[in-house]
Design a protein around this ligand. Structure first.
Ligand code: MG
Length: 179
């Protein structure tokens, strides 16, 4: 059981570039996290069984991970990835490959699973932080009392800046409490 406050980093859209990975298979970018691929394109994606193992890094992936590590190392948070598998669990390698992918790029950050997207909110409680590209995940998280930082598709720097501001505020509070 996790007793510490926790910062949860989403994978796809924050550190793993799902949109580009899918573009390689269907030929276009679906940049709205609320949209679904048409059935014939979803079949192309799910037929690429090891899709999650091959995903490229997001451009700011290491910046997000490094800043999240500062919550862990300087503010005593637990740090884990919180990711989801596809809605119908129709990519059987997803769990295994998401763990392998994370271990390859960020071996110090364990992977937890929703396991589905709308179950991420079950980890929310006051003090816990979610960093996620899906606006609904952030809304659900905040409704349960946690703090969410949305990482907008195409404007990831805005999410990184917001997370930096949150870190700065929490570090200032910590410093004040130690005076
Ligand atoms: Mg995501």
């Amino acid at each position: 059981m996790i007793n510490k406050k926790t910062i949860f980093l989403d994978c796809d859209g924050v550190v793993a570039d799902w949109i580009t990975g899918a573009e390689r298979l269907v030929g276009y970018r679906l940049e709205d996290p609320k949209q679904f691929y048409p059935e014939q394109d979803w079949i192309k994606i799910k037929n690429h069984e090891r899709m999650f193992l091959d995903l490229p890094l997001m451009p700011l992936a290491h910046q997000f991970a490094n800043l999240a590590r500062r919550f862990r190392d300087e503010l005593d948070y637990e740090l884990v990835f919180l990711t989801a598998v596809p809605n119908y669990n129709d990519m059987p390698w997803a769990f295994y490959d998401k763990v392998l992918w994370a271990q390859q790029h960020f071996p110090d950050i364990p992977v937890h699973f929703g396991p589905h997207r709308d179950q991420k909110q079950n980890r929310s409680e006051p003090g816990n932080i979610l960093v996620d590209d899906h606006p609904d995940n952030c809304t659900q998280w905040e409704a349960k009392g946690g703090t969410a930082v949305n990482v907008p598709v195409g404007n990831e720097i805005q999410g990184l800046q917001e997370l930096q501001q949150l870190f700065d505020r929490k570090r200032s509070l910590k410093n004040l409490s130690q005076m």
